[in-house]
Design a protein around this ligand. Structure first.
Ligand code: AMP
Length: 215
């Protein structure tokens, strides 16, 4: 199963992809998570990426393409992969296609998570993240057991810098300008599937399984 999860920030592709990865045993690679980890560790990559991320802008294509090339070269990815938050531009999609062609493989499905803008803004404003282990909760739909505390490592949860209102608006603008054109790009092949990603986590997961079931 070689999958791409496509959708605006807050569409739930990360959460649903996590679940699919756990159930199927196929590794998930989220470029946002890889970049945030680099920022936490204070690496050169993290230092370079941070200013783009804090502003809700995209990190340069060559940088993320390098990360994905590295991720797909690991033995874990040999049997399949789930890409979350990548590609985000047509140049990245072209780069991914070249990477896959070099390996003689293709994508089985590109799943588009469709969510109305007002719902995205509500979800992102309710999102709380763990600065220590990276776990993500939502005060509306997926609250931690103890308010403000991470279920996994008991650290105090925070609102991610880029989940603040002004930055959220910019991320949605960037999504519409750079990432939405991918729907047409992938729409020209037969791999694009759409999930109406509203409803409970269970409902959306059921819809996701429905569209990737035959991949
Ligand atoms: P995410 O967690 O996927 O919302 O990503 C958080 C931030 O990381 C984004 O707002 C971008 O600054 C950066 N980022 C993640 N994935 C990509 C990508 N494929 N291309 C460019 N920037 C990315």
């Amino acid at each position: 199963m070689n999958l791409v999860l496509l959708g605006p920030p807050g569409s739930g592709k990360g959460t649903q992809g996590e679940r699919l990865a756990a159930h199927s045993g196929v590794p998930k690679y989220a470029t946002g998570d890889i970049l945030r980890d680099a920022v936490r560790r204070g690496t050169q990559l993290g230092d370079d990426a941070k200013r783009y991320m804090d502003a809700g802008e995209l990190v340069p294509d060559e940088v993320v393409l390098g990360l994905v090339r590295e991720a797909l070269s690991t033995p874990d990815a040999a049997e399949g992969f789930i890409l979350d938050g990548f590609p985000r531009t047509v140049a990245q999609a072209e780069g991914l296609q070249r990477l896959l062609e070099e390996r003689g493989i293709g994508l089985d499905a590109v799943v588009y998570f469709d969510v109305p803008d007002e719902e995205l803004i509500r979800r992102l404003a309710g999102r709380r993240s763990c600065p220590n282990c990276g776990a993500v909760f939502n005060i509306h739909s997926d609250p931690p057991s103890v308010t403000g505390t991470c279920d996994n490592c008991e650290s105090e949860l925070v609102t991610r810098e880029d989940d603040r209102e002004e930055t959220v608006k910019n991320r949605l603008r960037v999504y519409k300008e750079h990432t939405e054109p991918l729907l047409r790009w992938y729409g020209e092949s037969s791999v694009l599937r759409e999930v109406e990603a509203v409803g409970s986590l269970e409902e959306v997961y059921g819809k996701l399984l429905g569209v990737v079931g035959d991949s």
